[in-house]
Design a protein around this ligand. Structure first.
Ligand code: ADP
Ligand code: MG
Length: 449
């Protein structure tokens, strides 16, 4: 390939990656040579090389091949610090790059998503413990590990944490992390370019495979098929697989039954919606980091507690709120008081204001099961009343920030242990009984609408 051809390829990339990405990442690349199917580019820094490899590598490969170059791999190198004259001379003798960034076939790992930065609480302790176990890299005990839960609850964070930990402990272990979307993209590219052998080889040569957001491949038949084969080959070879999804395996629509049942073979753990304590813990941890970043910035007592109470959606929203708060406060040079918080985050607070009350939950649930509200709250122990009551308790725990004793009081003055028992019971049933799982989903939607 000539520089001219690279010019054309670059133009194609401009269209596919967008102007912003183009000028930040593609433009700085300096084409060097193609040798034995490896295209080498010079990059100003190692970081840029790594980033481009991970984020645009597939697209660059694709465009190069479309334009007639036979390239299987990309290599990014920081050029040796030589004077311009030497550089000209070195055109005959190949330049030995000082530092090369090896091809990493997976998706980029977020450096902040470590176990150290993961705050553990009741809602995520099981998922955390399972992730830790896998990260020890001992013999495979459960395969796959299937993590599921709503958005922003830490699935991706935990997967990256496993990858970081394994790379640190056992650098020789081949860990591959990617999203189900990327899996599909690679698969389709391999099909189109008749490189299925390479594709299979790559995926069967990893020691630990992590596929994030696997619900994405539901309904995509040939991708599912290939995923199934990859999965089986790795399990047969005693390789660890870690999967995440936004719901339990059995609840993913348009996923083949044989895949569902395969996914259920290992350990299935869910990340529950955050509770007040966990949210506060996360806020405290992040606030410490920010305090280091913005020295001198004061934060009043009660602000974090206020946020933990008022923002009960996912952790991402919580983090975003805190980031904005610190940035704003440092800009105006004021202490982070409750008042400043309310001003700065008015929109976020308003959005999460539509809070569900325990009373609403009781009403909806009794309507749904066709029982009287008084029977739900009253002392009757018959299953017809007890089950809806437990469901309402469970939803109250999940959807409100009320504590167990507070919930108990609203259910005719029941003890907090009764509430806890009810919540546990429904959690168990939600796994086993799809009718209950469906009811819960329906009720949750109706209440949050
Ligand atoms: P998911 O993949 O489940 O949608 P992520 O893993 O992307 O969610 O998490 C969303 C954000 O919230 C990330 O920035 C992550 O670091 C943060 N986060 C989630 N759970 C925790 C936790 N327990 N401790 C610290 N940060 C968390
Ligand atoms: Mg995620």
């Amino acid at each position: 390939m000539t520089n001219e051809l690279w010019g054309e390829v670059r133009e194609m990339l401009r269209g596919s990656v967008g102007t912003g990405n183009y000028s930040n990442w593609i433009e700085p690349l300096e084409f060097s040579a193609i040798d034995n199917g490896v295209a080498t580019f010079f990059v100003p820094t190692n970081f840029i090389g790594k980033y481009v490899q991970q984020n645009f590598g597939d697209q660059i490969l694709y465009q190069l091949n479309r334009n007639g170059s036979e390239v299987q791999r990309l290599k990014f190198a920081v050029p040796p610090r030589v004077k311009t004259q030497r550089r000209v001379q070195s055109q005959t003798a190949p330049v030995d790059p000082v530092e090369t960034v090896d091809e990493v076939p997976g998706a980029p790992l977020d450096a902040r998503f470590t176990f150290e930065n993961f705050v553990v609480g009741k809602p995520n302790e099981l998922a955390h413990a399972a992730a830790r176990r896998v990260a020890e890299g001992a013999a495979v005990t459960f395969n796959p590990l299937f993590l599921y839960g709503g958005v922003g609850l830490g699935k991706t964070h935990l997967m990256h944490a496993i990858a970081h930990e394994l790379r640190r402990r056992q650098p020789e272990t081949n860990v591959l992390y990617l999203s189900a979307e990327q899996f599909m993209y690679r698969f389709i590219t391999a099909l189109r370019e008749r490189k299925m052998m390479d594709f299979k080889q790559l995926f069967r040569s990893v020691d630990i495979l992590m596929v994030d957001d696997v619900q994405f491949i539901a309904g995509k038949d040939s991708t599912q098929e290939e995923f199934f084969h990859t999965f089986n080959a790795l399990v047969d070879g005693q390789k660890q697989i870690i999967i995440s999804a936004d719901r339990a395996p059995g609840e993913i629509k348009d996923l083949e039954d044989r895949i569902k049942s395969r996914l259920q073979c290992g350990l299935v753990v869910d990340l529950h919606p955050t509770d007040y304590e966990l949210r506060l813990g996360i806020l405290q941890t992040k606030a410490e980091l920010y305090k280091a970043q913005y020295p001198g910035l004061q934060i009043s007592d009660g602000v974090l507690e206020f946020l933990a109470h008022r923002i009960s959606t996912n952790v991402r929203v919580l983090e975003g709120a805190l980031t904005r708060l610190f940035a704003f406060a440092s800009l105006v040079g004021r202490e982070i008081s409750l008042e400043l918080t309310q001003d700065c985050l008015a929109d976020v607070l308003k959005a999460s204001d539509r809070k569900v009350t325990v009373e609403e939950i009781q009403r909806k649930v009794s309507e749904h099961y066709n029982i009287r509200l008084s029977d739900m709250i009253g002392p009757k122990r018959l299953r017809t009343y007890a089950r809806p009551r437990q469901i309402a308790m469970y939803l109250a725990k999940q959807l409100t920030s009320r504590s167990l004793p507070e919930i108990g009081r609203r259910f005719g003055g029941r003890d907090h242990t009764t509430v806890m028992h009810g919540v546990k019971r429904i959690e168990e049933l939600a796994h086993k009984d799809s009718q209950i799982a469906d009811d819960l989903e329906l009720l949750r939607r109706a209440l949050e609408a």
